[in-house]
Design a protein around this ligand. Structure first.
Ligand SMILES: [Zn+2]
Length: 277
């Protein structure tokens, strides 16, 4: 049994503030070990539950956050950027039986600690076939096309609530409770590690590949906080402007859909000016 862990940072233990997840800051340095603790707890739990292989895919920002030297030696880690499936790279090779979303968070326009979808602020909403989407929801559509179930989700309590929508069968561990976008009631790393390890052990039993889901075509809408960003995004083939601050595109599969999304966010973020946005 092979488990893929997609490891994002905003939903990690103790993380509540932009500097906590901003590479290079002293706060980020401190939070890296709590983030690594969450991921390693999942690694240990999956091996407890019978996994033969666990691959950790870094999914936050520069994708260089986890402390490799603190991971259980049975795990392997894919670190660094530029991967065709980004946060869920590795799922496309046909050998993954289950995926865990560790350190996930609510989406743009939702309540939740450090809630956003890809871009920190410039995206105010994403919808897939009319349903408001978090990164978890977007990624869950893609992994379903490979027949891979989402078996475990960790993050704040609202990330877990969000996951009820896209992965109702997955186990969830809330490592902190939302108070505001930048505040949470946090539990200690020792306590959350115990919770995550025990949930991952049980979640291993859910890691059974199913028939690939072909639910496409899907229509994705992306809303920005400024109209020039939607204009900038229309250089991506197939992307059309549907409102002043909103673009939309349709993809036959979410494999294509997530890659177009990545192109849209990359182009839009390059169009953000320092003062006016
Ligand atoms: Zn994220």
């Amino acid at each position: 049994m092979k488990i893929l862990i997609s490891a994002d940072m905003e939903g990690a233990t103790g993380v509540t503030w932009p500097a906590d997840v901003l590479p290079g800051t002293p706060q980020w340095e401190r939070c890296r070990s709590m983030f690594t603790s969450d991921v390693n707890a999942a690694v240990l739990g999956f091996f407890d539950g019978g996994a033969d292989e666990v691959l950790v895919n870094e999914a936050h920002w520069t994708m260089r956050n986890l402390l490799l030297e603190q991971l259980d030696e049975r795990a392997e880690m894919l670190t660094g950027r530029h991967k065709s499936l980004s946060m869920i790279e590795g799922v496309q090779h046909g050998d993954v039986d289950g995926i865990a979303f560790i350190g996930y968070h609510a989406g743009a326009g939702m309540e939740g600690v450090l809630a956003h979808t890809y871009l920190a602020n410039q995206i105010t909403g994403v919808w897939v076939d009319g349903v408001r989407a978090s990164e978890g929801l977007l990624n869950s559509h893609v992994v379903a096309e490979y027949g891979v179930p989402v078996v475990l989700v960790t993050g704040d309590d609202l990330a877990c609530e969000d996951a009820l929508g896209y992965a109702p069968g997955a186990l969830k561990v809330a490592v902190k409770d939302h108070v505001s976008r930048y505040a949470a009631v946090c539990r200690t790393p020792a306590r959350t590690a115990a919770d995550i390890r025990s949930a991952a052990k049980d979640a291993a039993a859910l890691a059974v590949r199913h028939e690939p889901v072909a639910a496409g075509p899907h229509t994705v809408e992306v809303e920005f906080d400024a109209e020039h960003l939607s204009m900038a995004a229309t250089v991506v083939p197939g992307v059309r402007r549907v409102a002043e601050r909103k673009v939309a595109y349709t993809s036959d599969t979410m494999y294509e859909g997530i890659r177009t999304f990545k192109a849209v966010t990359t182009i839009a973020s390059a169009a953000v000016e320092e003062q006016y946005g």
